[in-house]
Design a protein around this ligand. Sequence first.
Ligand SMILES: [Zn+2]
Length: 369
Amino acid sequence: MSVKLGRILGFPIEIDWSWFVVFFLVAWAIRDGLLLQLVPDAASPAVLALAGVTGGLLFFASLLGHELAHCWVARRRGIPIAGITLFIFGGVARMKMEPDRPSDELRMALAGPAFSIAAAIFFWLVWGAQILPALWSELARYLAIANIVVALFNLVPAFPSDGGRALRAILWMWTGSLQKATRTAAWLGQAAGWGLVFLGVSRFLMGDWGGIWYVFLGLFLQNAAQIALHQTQWRRAMRGLTVRDLMDRSPVLLPPGVNIREAVHEYFLRQPAEVLPVVEEGRVLGMVSVASLRAVPQERWDDTPVSAVMAAVQPELYVSPSQDAWEALSGVRRPANVPLLVVEDGLLIGTISQETLARQLQLRMRIEA
Ligand SMILES: [Zn+2]
């Protein structure tokens, strides 16, 4: 679940709801910090609350700047960006494809932390100049520290963090093999993740509740490293392939007239997909999911046609057979069980679903290995 914020420099920005937890924690920590330090003009609760919220917003702007720096360098290097998402562990710049040259990856990876360091220096100077009232100067100092922490945290060489990507780029330059570099970087990323889990558990056992945070972060890191490794392998397996090469040429299609009982017994239970397109004479009318069928009471299954429960197809699910397979698959954000629909001259000629895709790629890797 996320909120779309519009575009900055042309990049679509989204905030996941989990980010609001961070905002609240940051605002609260700033308020508490200012209160504890007895900053002279921090007497009124309203002013403190305002400082907390302002700090939260400026921290948010700092993170956004960090991600925008990644995206800006990526665009200059010809790597398309799908957008930026901020969530509980920071931000991600979603790339439509990975860089082809290690020097591009290195520049992109370091752009974010470089921005954070620059922001830290800026806030540090604002604090040092003492031109603002004491409370707001103090806030600037907090933001300087926060940006340094963001920079250092991202520079930890745990792929796919910024530091991990930079390390991979260096290994890539050194060995000349993206595969080898990714494996090593992802292994280090997983090791770092498990290390954090271990640290968190031991702190928790010593009575520090904050240890739980490390456990979650560690699990997140090791999971991210694993996903990044798989993605690199898949991307390699898909190199040079088009949508036509990978699509299922004879997918199971639902005619609009069949009733729900028939749809369940003759279609859904006879194949692995959970979402099927409804098609009449080659034209896609909609999609039906197992969940939408279950919403209809069983006694009405015989006289309800599937066309009554089908959902409209989101336009981004349509792909063309000549499109690059990796770009088509990584460019669309959709639930894993929803297939891509391959359409030529307005007619459905195939689908790409998770099940058939995984089988196809594994087969290809086995045959070509
Ligand atoms: Zn970053």
